[in-house]
Ligand binder design. Structure first.
Ligand code: SF4
Length: 346
């Protein structure tokens, strides 16, 4: 894979101190608790963590798709639009015209389960044609149905769907899992987004198709210079696909840095535990996150201090009462851990 930029260009997306809470009868859950990271144009960033670590909620916040009782409690999500203007997405009404125009046309999502994303009562082609025409109208350059259909067929060809002229008229339930995922990628790319969010894009498909889909996303990034955020629990996907990694645990960033540094010189005990437990990143064991001592605390029993301290082999007294800040540990690499910064108490 050609190297992707590491935050040398002005960021396309800059998330700062983002907090997302869910007010439930049992109490308030801090699903995202002060997350910060950048994505440069054309960069491929991986967000990795166990289920419930806040990675998908962070991305839903970027797309302004956090459903009630969730809400963005604080923080900023700065997006540099196609005209170079910096917009704080948290300030836009989620269903307003500006956010609707950004969602899909500039920032697109490949969801985990494409079956749920396509309506079963319309052909996949009709749904993509509709999306193309809607965004073309919103951007003041309307296109005819025939033009949008041609674009859809070309996209199907781009994403490796054979006999696209026929498949464009298929319903999602008539396609295999792999074809549905490819059609979903075609949908996500239909408006040439500048940022693609791929939420566990290979979870619902078999291993051979997984490899093909990853290859396809690599090619498309190279062809269109689309920035991609990969949300995954699969460190093998992170190693293959990304240039920069954000490691999340209980809604907080534990460590972030260039993929080579994170894999060869991890500085946070949680990152080390993840990596130590994988016998081979490229072998058949590349499936789910390995088992780490202890279990993820229930969201209502969030530990005080460092969220990882009940499972951390290096925990010290301070870790149970004070929360470490994310501070630099090497070039372009930061970790939230008192082992590196005794003064990191937040
Ligand atoms: Fe472990 Fe303490 Fe570092 Fe948290 S701050 S990861 S508990 S050593």
């Amino acid at each position: 894979m050609p190297p992707t930029p590491i935050a040398t260009d002005p960021p396309l997306l800059s998330v700062r101190d983002l907090r997302v809470t869910f007010a439930l009868d049992e109490g308030t859950v801090r699903a995202v608790d002060g997350t910060s990271f950048d994505v440069a144009p054309g960069q491929v960033v991986g967000i990795v963590g166990e289920s419930g670590c806040g990675k998908s909620v962070t991305m839903r916040a970027v797309l302004q798709l956090v459903d009630r009782p969730g809400r963005i409690a604080s923080g900023t999500i700065l997006y540099r639009d196609s005209h170079g203007a910096e917009i704080d997405l948290t300030r836009l009404p989620p269903r307003g015209p500006r956010m609707r125009a950004i969602r899909g046309a500039e920032i697109a999502l490949i969801p985990q389960e494409p079956m749920a994303a396509f309506s079963p009562v319309h052909t996949v082609g009709a749904q993509i044609i509709e999306a193309i025409r809607l965004h073309a109208t919103q951007s003041g350059r309307p296109v005819s149905r025939a033009e949008a259909r041609d674009t859809t067929i070309a996209l199907f060809r781009d994403v490796g769907i054979s006999i696209p002229e026929q498949r464009v008229d298929a319903y999602s339930w008539q396609l295999s899992g792999g074809l549905r995922q490819r059609a979903m990628i075609a949908m996500a790319l239909s408006c040439r987004p500048r940022l693609l969010i791929a939420d566990e894009p290979t979870t619902a498909i078999d291993v051979t198709t997984q490899a093909q889909v990853l290859e396809l996303l690599r090619d498309l990034r190279a062809k269109y210079n689309t920035a991609i955020i990969f949300i995954t629990h699969d460190l093998g996907v992170i190693a293959q696909m990304t240039s920069y990694v954000v490691v999340m645990y209980l809604g907080r960033v534990m460590e972030q840095g260039p993929v080579d540094q994170i894999f060869h010189n991890p500085q946070h005990p949680y990152t080390r535990a993840l990596l130590r437990s994988i016998p081979s990143l490229y072998g058949e064991t590349r499936t789910a996150l390995p088992v780490i001592a202890g279990s993820l605390p229930h969201p209502f029993n969030r530990p005080a201090g460092c969220p990882f301290h009940p499972r951390c082999p290096d925990a010290m007294e301070v870790c149970a009462t004070a929360t470490p800040k994310l501070l630099p540990v090497a070039d372009n690499q930061a970790a939230a851990c008192f082992l590196h910064h005794a003064e990191a108490e937040a």
